[in-house]
Design a protein around this ligand. Sequence first.
Ligand code: BES
Ligand code: MN
Ligand code: ZN
Length: 489
Amino acid sequence: MPNLIATSFAPVDLDAIASFEGRVAILIAPDGQLSATARRVNRLTKGAVARLVEAGKLEGTEAGKIITLNFPVGMAAHAVDILCLERRPSVLDARKAGAALGKVLSEGAALLCAGNNIKAAQIVMGAVMRAYEFTLHKSNEDDKARALSVMCLKPEEIEPEARALIAVAEGAHMTRDLVNEPANVLTTTNFAERLAEMSALGLEVEVLEEEDLEELGMGSMLCVGQGSDSPSKIVVMHWKGGNAEDKPLALVGKGVVFDTGGISLKPAAGMEDMTMDMGGAGVVSGVMRALALRGAKANVVGLVGLVENMPSGNAVRPGDVVTSMKGDTIEVINTDAEGRLVLCDVMWYAQERFEPAGMIDLATLTGAIIIGLGHDNAGVFSNDDTLCNAFLKAANAEGEGAWRMPLGKSYDAQLKSRIADMKNVGGRPAGSITAAQFLQRFVKDETPWIHLDIAGVASVKSETTLAPAGATGWGVMALNRLVQDMFEE
Ligand code: BES
Ligand code: MN
Ligand code: ZN
């Protein structure tokens, strides 16, 4: 399903450069010294590359800068792309350089001359990530045969490294496809069907239907979807790649396929953005795909709560009191604070059924986190410093912004209800924190837990280093790395 570019790896063959049709990309370090492949391209183009260096075009440049020579003489290629990159770059710089190529890879084939660069696999990862596009609903864009051929010194070492990274990119692409998809296509049923297809990858996928959720007593989750014609569902994706006796890590995602706000209706302006309100479920799905594709040696279970929040004659009303699976009663003050109503039941179910070694929930939960952190960082809330620090480290290593926020008793007090055990909103002050406090009421003391509020980072209006405007896939790389760092032997 995800529209990944095809990649192939081969040893360096200088004679193949002249006849390659498409784009040819070479790497040049800021000091301007030319590698063997760059020297070959320079010779073929009668010195164009050396002139560019001599003209000072590479001085002071950073990774991610790309200089394109169009229709070069002496080569079959229609473009030579010069990617600026240190000979021993950091992982993130290597991906940046690759992304610059991925961005111009919109059609046709490219040959990446990676030579002996030690981060060749990371360059490829960056290119594959950035070459993403969502053209499914553009009627005049044909399927393009985009491909990246990589020429490198040791393809037998670079290729397996790159394949594991491409698995993660494929997971992120799935997340982006889900997040970009409009709500008339990605209904709760369609979402569950897409996840069921992942059983072909070795995941155990199970779909809980509304009657199952009723039997489990999930009055909180069910009230959110009761105004919609689309049935509410929980999908459980289980990856058993570790020792049978090891408790799994649980990933829980908010999957509101569309959030109108319900009876507490949102304003019209910008409401179309609420197609991305299943972003948490999208990340959980993408991570599970990545883990399965790369055969992770860990036990991880992903659970997504799929609902649609619509106003109707059956919809939940402000003032209604519902009972969660845990047994706690909730006064629904605002039907637009629906994500926490979904998550609390899925999280409780995850703990009761799997006794997880850790639990991480992801949700486009609050507009307030965008006010606080903008689009650069997700909000991180946790009851466990060890798990939290490991996550922050993983996110930092992958270049995915994450910033820890506080929790505390006094915030929790804002959730006091006159007639029920709690209400679902805590007023305007600290809106993201009171949302997290609500969730924490459904976290057992013994469960190390992280809540990630991704409302600001799941989908953005302008391009980022590794993605075009729209869905980012934020979190797939960080969570994959966390699993690698903490749960694989
Ligand atoms: N899905 C929204 C949060 C959101 C806002 C996500 C903007 C992405 C972009 C969530 O369900 C919501 O409506 N939250 C309310 C909570 C309020 C009623 C306490 C909000 O943030 O306004
Ligand atoms: Mn809402
Ligand atoms: Zn929502």
